[in-house]
Design a protein around this ligand. Structure first.
Ligand code: UDX
Ligand code: UDX
Ligand code: ADP
Length: 429
């Protein structure tokens, strides 16, 4: 099939590379000329394990272009993978999605399947269909399909190669798109969940909101465990054996971040409010998450008398390991908070870079040892393997203080203690 992927971000690039690997001819288009120039030169603008190799492997039938119109015209299938960030009030910014529709409306001259990968609030795909018709596109020139992605950054390629399920939302009278979707994903033998357009949109939001709920729930439980001197890791293990609960996504820590959970939970809350439903639980999930960083700072204050001019090393900047993405990163929020209260923050991350907006008393180091040098305290904010495997005797030698705060419960407390350091985990007495 000839497929045009519109948007060369985290989602678009991974999707384009995997579809090319399935054997399709893929053109990945983006309005960002600099990004397209990089991709044409073989420079991959994001860090996603395996992506460079997959793009290289399929370069004969995977192209990159800033001429979106040309790519649209030549393709049978258009896949929209542009960003849908939050507006200040928490609503989803659909500007990029609608600008793609303008582009499609200008050039479409034959039947195409238009697939929405971007996460959009319930009702958006139906509105997209109405907009195309309003812009003069004959209804028999297209079908819109909502096909949300469930890719996790860091494991996006394997998630797409071996998905748990493929969700397909169809227009009421669409008799042809399901077969086309099966042709696109021909190599993936997985269950299909077929529903209407808002059904698919709701599945995506519900999935992310449910996972975020698991995390906030465990973070709240860990606050209670902490007061009762109960080890949250025992609790996690103890509940995870119940298949109704399952052991996944129960890790406590600084809270959830990234480009999906924070904005999607908020967006779903707004969609509920728009229809006069009061989403008590969704609201609570966000409240817990927003106060997690503060909890750590408060906890640290019981071990450190004064924060002013204390040198704190924060290990990790990205919102999770194996990505360079810092969108809504709790690690970054912690860095900013510590800097605000007068600490000198030294930081290190294997892939992510501090944004320019972070002010002067925060320094990012190229190597971990320099970041650790003479620190009063070390906080592990993102559970990169490099931090899990740290040589604590080395750390003891280079830092000044002795506090190791493991804000992701990712290291063995005994190893830290054996090196003569003090270990503070999340509800790990
Ligand atoms: C998420 C969904 O998992 C994915 O299906 C969807 O398509 C996009 O959003 P992603 O944001 O890449 O993927 O990462 P994920 O692994 O889900 O982690 C999200 C956040 O939750 C991270 O900040 C992570 O640190 C945090 N998290 C995750 C926890 O705090 N505890 C856990 O147990 C799991
Ligand atoms: C529960 C626990 O399941 C069990 O492990 C514990 O030891 C005692 O409490 P029980 O109260 O007997 O067992 O019934 P359960 O099947 O868990 O249902 C509890 C309530 O939840 C019922 O009112 C049931 O109708 C409701 N429920 C359950 C739902 O509304 N939806 C569901 O998906 C499942
Ligand atoms: P995600 O994480 O959802 O993939 P990103 O922000 O990383 O989101 O990527 C979205 C990409 O979509 C960006 O590279 C952006 O330049 C591109 N984009 C936005 N609007 C358009 C458009 N109208 N046509 C083509 N590409 C677009």
């Amino acid at each position: 099939m000839n497929i045009c992927v519109i948007g060369a971000g985290y989602v678009g690039l991974t999707t384009a590379a995997v579809l090319a690997d399935f054997g399709h001819t893929v053109c990945c288009a983006d309005v960002n000329n600099e990004r397209i120039d990089q991709l044409k030169r073989g420079v991959i603008p994001i860090y996603e394990p395996g992506l460079v190799e997959l793009i290289q492997k399929n370069k004969n039938h995977l192209s990159f272009s800033s001429d979106t119109s040309k790519c649209i015209r030549e393709a049978q299938v258009l896949l929209i993978a542009v960003g849908t960030p939050s507006l200040v009030d928490g609503r989803t910014d659909l500007t990029y999605v609608f600008s793609v529709l303008d582009n499609i409306a200008q050039v479409i001259d034959s039947y195409k399947t238009i697939i929405t990968k971007s996460t959009v609030p319930p009702g958006t795909n139906e509105e997209m269909s109405r907009q195309l018709i309003k812009k003069g596109v004959p209804p028999h020139y297209f079908n819109i399909v909502s096909n949300p992605e469930f890719l996790r950054e860091g494991t996006a390629i394997s998630d797409m190669l071996q998905p748990d399920r493929i969700v397909v939302g169809l227009q009421a009278d669409d008799g042809r798109s399901l077969a086309i979707m099966k042709e696109i994903y021909q190599q993936t033998d997985v269950p299909y969940v077929v529903t209407n357009l808002p059904g698919a949109e709701m599945i995506k939001y519900t999935s992310n909101a449910f996972l975020a709920t698991k995390i906030s729930f465990m973070n709240e439980i860990s606050r209670i465990c902490d007061r009762y001197e109960v080890n949250i890791e025992d609790v996690r293990k103890g509940i995870g054996f119940d298949p109704r609960i399952n052991p996944l996504f129960l890790s406590t820590g600084l809270g959830y971040g990234g480009s999906c959970f924070p904005k999607d939970v908020r967006s779903l809350e707004i969609s509920a409010l728009d229809k006069n439903v009061t989403p008590v639980l969704l609201h609570a999930v966000q409240s817990v998450n927003q106060s997690q960083v503060e909890q750590y700072v408060t906890k640290l204050s019981s071990f450190m008398e004064d924060f002013a001019n204390k040198k704190i090393t924060v290990l990790g900047i990205s919102f999770k390991p194996d990505t360079d993405d810092i969108r809504y990163s709790p690690a970054l929020a912690l860095i900013e908070k510590l800097s605000e209260i007068g600490c000198i923050v030294h930081t290190y991350d294997p892939k992510a870079t501090l944004p320019k907006s972070v002010n002067g008393n925060v320094i990012q180091f190229e190597d971990m040892k320099s970041a650790l040098n003479q620190a009063d305290c070390v906080i592990i904010a993102t559970e990169w393997d490099e931090f899990k495997q740290l040589d604590w005797h080395m750390v003891k030698k280079v830092i000044k203080g002795d506090i190791i705060m493991d804000a992701r419960n990712c290291v063995d407390p005994n190893l830290v203690k054996q090196a003569g350091l003090r270990y503070i985990g999340v509800a790990r007495p």
